[in-house]
Design a protein around this ligand. Structure first.
Ligand code: 4AD
Ligand code: MG
Length: 477
């Protein structure tokens, strides 16, 4: 097997050795110098051909994105910016690539264009960097939970419940036509859908195994065409028994910081590239919309500083005291009882606190049925109306990146909330059972993987941090 270019470029012991590499041609100059990339690193290896020893018909087949395999001596490079290069002794073309029709030319393409070439966009520096970092984040998630005594718990993809009670689900059926057909004739003999969240099942896991987390795809049929919404996205949902809202916030903050530190360590080269890219993008924006920090600077800042923790009631007060509110610059109303919109979240994070913010104690009426009802003395209790032990983590440039809560562990209160929200008890009998047999305080949250990867990579559109985005009207590839 050929050696990964990442290893060839970093392992000093290989200098002087005969090495075989394989990859895709990025550029080819003067019929002599190939910049080869194999995806293992953002850096290319320079291959130097022997002008005499390379037949013309072989030279002609070395085109952009052709796949080649080469063996030669790894020698110190006289060129600047690279420690070593490969003096090629033998080169074969594994797969030709027609330079005329290959859609991705060695020049800057727009992200919109590359989205239409999603099958090939991984061969660009930007997408190579993004997807190597996505891997580092995913791996870091398992690492963090494993090291903290959590068990990876596989919640089902096909479910009969609507965990969020929001009703934005994709139906799963084997019926030709669902209209007028009794669901009992369907495959599962009932109505089923793709999961919107693994939380309810994770609660079942946590109330036996103690600490669990899910990490899988979730699906929402919400018709939102924004830079932060996907119809299919990956969610991480830890759930901990014997824990309250503060424990939940500590876990969320600890996880985010661990992941950022890990990427800073493991993906320094990719980040350096994205940092520059981010700075170039920011320069295109009007001054007022520019981020106050560079990408890497911001990652370090978030990893090293405590997140701000405020209640929803305080958030409303801050927003009502703000300049954009007074100058009527917000598009949506700010009023106790209404949900915070993205513009409000971003004001709090980017203008007011200038760091991640955790908002707790949202009004009960705008949150899901399973959140614990606050009483006097509970964090986030308000005399303006009933609140629940919810928490949202808001990040600069993104807004909500995590949503979570302490769960309602008291059977009577839970039943009351379900009744108020028209959720039939008989559909969630198994969920209610955990409150009947040894119920305990517990809490958890959901982290949107793509939003987190957006934050770490500085990519403005969520479609550019998942290999094959699923959005309304779009399921190519
Ligand atoms: O706030 P959400 O809807 O919370 C839940 O689903 C809870 N059951 C989580 C829990 O407590 N176990 O979603 C959690 C996170 C959001 O903060 C956001 O990062 C992400 O999931 N998310 C989306 N990401 C991309 N596209 C969408 N359509 C998303 N909807 C939510
Ligand atoms: Mg939410």
């Amino acid at each position: 097997m050929p050696k990964p270019i990442r290893e060839v470029l970093t392992n000093e012991a290989l200098t002087g050795a005969t090495v075989t590499v394989a990859g895709w041609v990025r550029t080819f100059r003067n019929d002599r110098f190939i910049a080869l990339n194999d995806g293992s690193t953002i850096h290319n290896l320079q291959l130097v051909l022997d002008p005499e020893g390379t037949p013309r018909e072989l030279v002609d087949r070395i085109t952009t994105s052709a796949a080649v395999k080469a063996t030669g001596e790894l020698v110190p490079s006289p060129a600047s910016g690279q420690r070593v290069e490969l003096q090629v002794k033998e080169l074969i073309v594994l797969g030709d690539s027609d330079g005329e029709t290959y859609p991705i030319q060695p020049k800057k393409h727009s992200l919109e264009f590359l989205r239409e070439q999603a099958h090939l966009r991984f061969r660009t520096n930007t997408f190579g960097a993004v997807f190597r970092i996505r891997h580092q984040v995913s791996f870091g998630i398992h690492e963090y939970f494993h090291d903290n005594g959590f068990f990876y718990f596989h919640s089902p993809i096909i479910t009969a419940s609507d965990a969020e009670g929001a009703g934005e689900m994709f139906r799963v059926t084997t019926l030709e036509d669902t209209k007028g057909t009794d669901p009992s004739e369907d495959f599962f003999e009932r109505v089923t859908n793709l999961t919107v969240s693994g939380q309810l099942e994770a609660e079942l896991g946590a109330t036996a195994l103690g600490r669990v987390y899910t990490f899988g795809p979730t699906f929402r049929a919400e018709n939102s065409n924004t830079a932060r919404h996907l119809a299919e996205f990956w969610m991480i949902e830890p759930e901990i028994a014997f824990a309250d809202l503060k424990d939940d916030m500590d876990l969320a903050e600890g996880l985010c910081k661990h992941l950022i530190r890990r990427v800073l360590e493991q993906s320094a080269d990719d980040l350096a590239f994205l940092d520059k890219r981010y700075a170039d993008e920011e320069k295109q924006k009007p001054e007022a919309q520019r981020s106050s920090m560079g990408l890497i600077e911001r990652l370090r800042f978030v990893a090293d500083n405590p997140f701000e923790r405020i209640t929803y009631t305080e958030a409303i007060r801050i927003l009502q005291d703000s300049k954009p509110y007074k100058k009527k610059k917000f598009q949506f109303p700010v009023e106790w009882g209404r949900d915070l919109q993205s513009e409000h979240e971003r004001y709090l994070v980017e203008k007011h606190f200038n760091k991640p913010v955790i908002v707790t104690g949202y009004p009960a009426a705008i949150k899901a049925f399973y959140m614990r009802m606050n009483g006097p003395g509970d964090l986030g209790h308000s005399d303006q109306g009933p609140t629940v032990a919810a928490m949202d983590v808001l990040f600069p440039g993104i807004g909500e990146i995590i949503g979570g809560s302490q769960r309602e562990e008291r059977l009577e209160q839970l039943k009351e909330r379900m009744a108020a929200m028209d959720i039939p008890e008989k559909e969630l009998w198994w969920y209610l059972d955990t409150r009947k047999f040894g119920t305990v305080p517990h809490a958890g949250f959901g982290l949107g993987l793509e939003r987190f990867v957006q934050f770490v990579t500085g990519m403005g559109n969520i479609r550019d941090v998942i290999p094959f985005p699923r959005t309304p009207g779009s399921a190519e590839f």
